[in-house]
Design a protein around this ligand. Structure first.
Ligand code: SF4
Length: 287
């Protein structure tokens, strides 16, 4: 094993969080849904919503036969609600193309709506034990620091996958664990602002630590403010429509919103994204 993996694997086995999607019986569908939810939302908010989702739609076919409006409604306040529609479309595609079973191959997963490089590989590796590099933002930060001596990773790129492939242990089972371990280290120890190097299994081999923690810059895109943003207005519109059983008159949708142009933009962009339907003087979630 490499210097990284022979330190990381035992650390992970002793310290990993008991997250629902890590249970051996969780299944590929549950893992796929969890990965959709975790793309932009913290673990603690995902766990209860995921449990509810899987209780209601335990298989792709269950979600595929539900109206898209129900997916948007059940998504509730997880944020970035287009993921709910994409997940619904992916469920339909899984039924149509794969007989209702989440496919195990990265290439087939990449053909599904809403699934990119990260999610396709995460499902193939964590649900089916396939050998592939799984690289999220936590993994990229660990590699940037421990291997390259940089304070933060550069922009995400295809070369991240090649690099992770080169670091993975030869044994396929160990490689799967190594993927999860690098992510977990970035989530719990090698965190963005104040890494907990005194708890880190890589401390003795970390290039950034050895170099004295130089500030090599931070090219990560800044997260836009939510307060006052179009996202906030879109969230307010969706909240009203999620709670309604029938069409809601446009005049009753956030009528007192401070910025009228922003309110109109929220309605128009939600309709363009397929998250709502505007019909005459009313609006509703998609049927
Ligand atoms: S020693 Fe510190 S900076 Fe290096 S990988 Fe560990 S937590 Fe990150």
């Amino acid at each position: 094993m490499s210097a990284l993996s022979d330190r990381l694997l035992p650390w992970y086995r002793a310290n990993r969080r008991a997250l629902p999607w890590r249970r051996p019986d969780f299944g590929a569908w549950g893992i796929l849904v969890s990965e959709f939810m975790l793309q932009q939302t913290p673990v603690t908010r995902v766990i209860p919503r995921l449990a509810q989702w899987l209780e209601r739609w335990p298989h792709p076919a269950d979600l595929a036969t539900a109206p898209p409006a129900e997916a948007v409604r059940e998504w509730a306040n997880l944020g970035y609600p287009r993921r709910a529609l994409w997940l619904h479309r992916a469920a339909v595609e899984i039924v149509e193309r794969h007989d209702g079973t989440v496919p195990p191959d990265v290439d087939a997963l990449l053909q599904l709506t809403g699934i990119g490089d990260y999610t396709a590989r995460a499902v193939a590796v964590f649900a089916y034990g396939r050998r592939a590099p799984v690289v999220d933002t936590n993994t990229r930060r660990v590699i940037a620091r421990a291997v390259h001596g940089r304070s933060q990773p550069g922009p995400a790129a295809k070369r991240d996958l090649d690099e992770m492939s080169a670091l993975m242990p030869i044994d396929d089972d160990d490689a799967a664990v190594f993927n999860a371990a690098a992510m977990e280290l970035g989530a719990l120890v090698c965190i963005a602002r104040t890494p907990r190097c005194e708890q880190c299994p890589l401390a003795e081999v970390c290039a950034w630590r050895a170099a004295g923690y130089p500030d090599t810059g931070d090219a990560r895109p800044k997260q836009a403010r939510y307060e006052g943003s179009d996202r906030q207005a879109r969230g307010a519109v969706l909240r009203i429509l999620r709670d309604a059983d029938t069409d809601v008159p446009l005049t009753l949708i956030i009528p007192d919103w401070g910025d009228g142009a922003q309110r109109d933009r929220a309605l128009l962009t939600l309709a363009a994204d397929g998250l709502i339907e505007i019909d005459g003087d009313g609006a509703r979630l998609p049927r």
